[in-house]
Design a protein around this ligand. Structure first.
Ligand SMILES: C[S@@+](CC[C@H](N)C(=O)[O-])C[C@H]1O[C@@H](n2cnc3c(N)ncnc32)[C@H](O)[C@@H]1O
Length: 461
């Protein structure tokens, strides 16, 4: 269909086309950042998912690595500081933006994030945002508003940010309120503060953490992790191809170790993919059966095991129903959970999950746990763990199980099994780490995922 343009429209279009060329360096990254933020905040898609399966991820395929990195950095910073950014923007927007403004809110968030937290020169962040607004058929009616609001963000925003309680604002109310209730306000504030920093990269090594720490310029953490502060591309790191290590937070590496000496024992890893804990069990010499309900995730587990040159058996099944031919000596149940202990790595979780998800997940965990105790031999050991800070997914699950089954007892976890950190073990002998735990001299490499783990012994039913 032919489109007739007035002389004015034609000259406007060619001006915009020129600008698009001029903005060549910065525009693709900002466009991708707005697309990813929209996927998370409007469509409810997790960031990891949006990075491989969204219109923005498809655009990113043709972008330079530098631009892709910038887009990711903007999005994770914006999500981590979302409460603060919203508060600053709202101070300069008189009435709520109408639905008809399209991606305007996300465009403003991306620009404000650059102005307030990424040291981007004001003219660049504002011009790119206004240009993006003009290019969108809905947001274009608000280009002047975008310009006016962002100018105020640039000039008055930094003073507002100084006065804010960032950790409090950046924690959605549902999480803040429950953490205050469970842990008290001081601890909730420390958890929320820790969540504002991106986590370092931890590797679990097959052997000799000190030697790997030297090779990779990292810090060796007892008893078998290496921490890297600015690692770059994981596949490019020394030792990746030779399968000397795998990515796993130092806290996530604790539960598998709680099974103790498992050489030659038959161990079931329930909910195993992508296999971080399966690899630990295999290194410890166990005969490992990995069960997961996701075929796709088990394919990834198998790829990981091939790289690491490890041999495990895999089963695609619902672990709440699957029954083996022979009972196991030990079971590790790393149950699917809300992941609220991993917000340093996955800040989007706080905005995607809510109390309803918690209820559903707790019901699934209960089914998995109650089935897991049936596939163990008498005297067998069960380690149950979740990367959640919520007692419904941890302590309460075990307490209910113990109330209902007299033949199950707690085998208390000892400080020497968890880096010597007695403070991580509660009065019942359960492991409970919080994201601000594991303080290491340089602040940027401190912290650990929030994990719960309990070790149980199965008696005669
Ligand atoms: C926390 S992740 C496991 C991480 C893994 N243990 C590791 O260390 O790499 C939870 C896993 O549970 C799986 N899952 C969820 N529901 C399940 C079920 N009913 N039966 C078996 N696996 C399930 C998911 O596919 C996911 O891979």
């Amino acid at each position: 269909m032919e489109t007739l343009l007035t002389a004015n429209q034609a000259s406007h279009q060619s001006r915009e086309a020129r600008k698009t060329r001029d903005y060549g360096v910065g525009l693709p990254a900002r466009r991708a950042a707005v697309g990813l933020l929209t996927a998370i905040l409007v469509k409810g898609q997790p960031l990891d998912d949006a990075l491989v399966n969204s219109p923005a991820s498809r655009e990113m395929l043709s972008m330079a690595e530098r631009d892709r990195g910038l887009a990711r950095a903007i999005v994770s910073t914006a999500i981590r500081h979302k409460g603060q950014l919203d508060a600053v923007l709202d101070a300069f927007i008189d009435k709520p933006l109408p639905k008809s403004s399209g991606p305007l809110r996300e465009i403003l968030l991306v620009a404000a994030c650059q102005l307030l937290f990424l040291n981007t020169p004001a003219h660049a962040a504002i011009d790119l945002a206004v240009h993006q607004a003009k290019q969108d058929r809905n947001a274009r009616h608000f280009d002047r508003l975008a310009n006016a609001v962002l100018r105020r963000v640039a000039s008055e925003g930094p003073a507002l940010v100084k006065e804010q309680n960032g950790p409090r604002l950046n924690t959605p109310a549902w999480l803040w309120e429950r953490w205050v209730k469970i842990y008290g306000e001081g601890t909730a504030q420390r958890i929320a503060q820790a969540n504002m920093a991106a986590a370092a990269l931890d590797l679990t090594v097959k052997q000799d953490p000190a030697a790997w720490a030297r090779r990779l310029n990292g810090i060796a953490l007892d008893p078998g992790s290496v921490r890297l502060s600015s690692p770059g591309r994981i596949e490019g790191l020394e030792g990746y191809d030779e399968g000397g290590w795998w990515v796993q937070d130092a806290a996530a590496a604790l539960p598998a170790r709680l099974l103790g000496a498992i050489a030659d024992k038959h161990v079931a890893d329930l909910c195993a993919a992508p296999g971080g804990k399966s690899a630990q069990l295999a290194v410890a010499g166990a005969r490992v059966t990995c069960v997961d309900s996701s075929k796709r995730r088990l394919v990834r587990l198998n790829e990981n095991m091939a790289r690491l040159d490890m041999d495990v058996t895999t089963v695609v099944a619902d672990a709440a129903k699957w029954t083996p031919d022979e009972p196991f000596d030990a079971v590790l149940l790393d149950a699917p959970c809300s992941g609220t202990g991993t917000l340093r790595r996955h800040p989007d979780i706080a905005h995607l999950k809510g109390p309803k998800d918690l209820k559903k997940l707790a019901a699934l965990q209960e089914r998995l746990l109650r089935h897991a105790i049936t596939i163990l031999r008498p005297g067998g050991v069960l380690v149950y763990c979740t990367c959640s800070l919520e007692p419904e997914e941890g302590e309460m699950q075990i307490e209910r199980l113990l109330d209902d089954f007299a033949h199950i007892s707690i085998d208390p976890i000892r400080p020497d099994e968890v880096f010597g950190h007695g403070g991580w073990i509660n009065g019942q002998g359960f492991l409970r780490t919080l994201p601000y735990d594991l303080v290491i001299d340089a602040h940027e490499s401190s912290g650990i995922d929030g994990f719960f783990a309990a070790r149980l012994i199965i008696g005669q039913a």
